[in-house]
Write a protein that binds this ligand. Structure first.
Ligand code: SF4
Length: 400
């Protein structure tokens, strides 16, 4: 089995940023498995943070910037106060209202009608991505989530009632002690809400998080790789049977409802990220912002908007090529060498031997001018990525 036929129609030139990401780090409570750049709710920090975000936008966005997609991520963007939302809308509104897709990440419990209304009216939010993760009370408790199962249908109904065109749900599998029957129950509950899109992730044990520390001292036991593969196979089979297009390793959409913003990342097109910890890809360089929210605000408010960027990594062509190839292979469109050249200006020739080898192992297949993951390759996607990027590590060592 392979990934489904590709979504098309996000074509873009490679020179100007196609997308804008805005990071809003505030969370009602930190989930113990999360290693994102988040912040506890704080009115004082929110005010400084929004000052800094606006200053960064003024300093870093190109003149006449017109992003095709805007993504409000975090953190939990809708945790902003009503006054904070009004401030965000004042400068971001003119940019966002011209975009073809504006996504808001939200927690099912804390998405409030007045906030969603303000964000829709001010920014044109037309896509809401809800962090459902599970519908089992005991799993939500184990994951440290603030919401309850019944919050998810309430939030979906709210988004629909407010006229949001697309609703996406995040689901997670692989929590300690989760059973395959619970994976099925989560899929039943999610499908009953008729979402347009589902992002389904396996829990990752990020080093340094409370979850990983509990695993290290034996208090939590991860599910086995075999269990995860069975759960993922179940997810794929059930969502495909329900009419979803499996268009990226973790992403499933009703036909025509794929996430346009993420497609920019998967095609290695240029994008700008604003806010603490945000990444940008511009002119072949990866820029990474100051990670800590308070330090980010301090840097920008004392030294100017450009001080948001903590690291500029000019990627060697060999590394850009392998990263772009891996991102493309994660999608149903797969890796199309001509598109790699057109989108990212990369010569795909050095990849040929690696692609043939992965094909020999049954992990990749040719589809006309494209390379795609086979069914086995989808199951072993992480291993395919490691193999492609390992070649990159070896090349970097040789260059050094
Ligand atoms: S709500 Fe999301 S961003 Fe915030 S701590 Fe939990 S997983 Fe991380």
């Amino acid at each position: 089995m392979t990934l489904a036929p590709p979504p098309r129609g996000d074509g873009a030139g490679a020179t100007s940023p196609a997308a804008l990401y805005v990071h809003l780090p505030f969370c009602a409570r930190r989930c113990p498995y999360c290693d994102f750049a988040t912040a506890d709710l704080s009115a004082a920090l929110e005010a400084r943070y929004l000052d800094a975000l606006e200053a960064e936008a003024r300093a870093r966005l190109p003149a006449g910037f017109a992003p095709r997609t805007v993504y409000l991520g975090g953190g939990t963007p809708a945790e902003l106060t009503t006054a904070g939302i009004a401030r965000l809308v004042a400068w971001l509104g003119p940019l966002a209202r011209g975009a073809a897709e504006v996504t808001l990440e939200a927690n099912p419990r804390t998405l409030l009608p007045r906030k969603l209304r303000a964000l829709r009216a001010g920014l044109g939010v037309d896509r809401v991505s809800l962090g459902a993760q599970s519908f089992q009370p005991r799993l939500l408790a184990a994951l440290g989530r603030v919401h309850r199962p019944e919050d998810v249908p309430r939030a979906v109904a709210l988004a629909r009632a407010e006229g949001v065109a697309q609703v996406s749900l995040d689901l997670m599998f692989g929590a300690p002690g989760q059973t395959l029957a619970e994976v099925d129950l989560d899929l039943d509950a999610a499908l009953a809400l008729a979402p347009d899109h589902l992002s389904v992730y396996c829990l990752t044990w990020e080093e340094g998080t409370p979850y990983a520390l509990a695993r290290d001292r034996g208090a939590l036991r991860p599910r086995s790789a075999g269990w995860e593969a069975r759960a993922y196979a179940r997810v794929r089979a059930r969502l495909r049977a329900a009419g979803f297009v499996h268009y990226e390793v973790s992403s499933f959409a009703r036909p025509g409802r794929h996430a346009r913003h993420n497609t920019v990342y998967w095609r290695s097109l240029p994008f700008v990220g604003l806010g603490n910890g945000a990444a940008s890809l511009l002119d072949g360089a990866r820029l990474t912002n100051v990670r800590d929210p308070a330090a980010y605000a301090d840097a920008v408010l004392t030294r100017g908007g450009a001080a948001a960027v903590a690291e500029v990594e000019v990627l060697p062509p060999a590394r850009r090529l392998r990263e772009a190839a891996w991102l493309a292979l994660r999608t149903s469109h797969g890796l199309e060498p001509a598109r790699l050249r057109a989108d990212a200006g990369l010569d795909p020739a050095p990849l040929a031997a690696d692609l043939e080898r992965l094909a020999g192992w049954g992990l990749l297949a040719r589809r006309g001018a494209r390379w795609v993951l086979t069914g086995r390759g989808v199951t072993l996607a992480d291993a395919v990525g490691r193999e492609l990027l390992r070649e990159d590590d070896e090349a970097a060592r040789a260059e050094a």
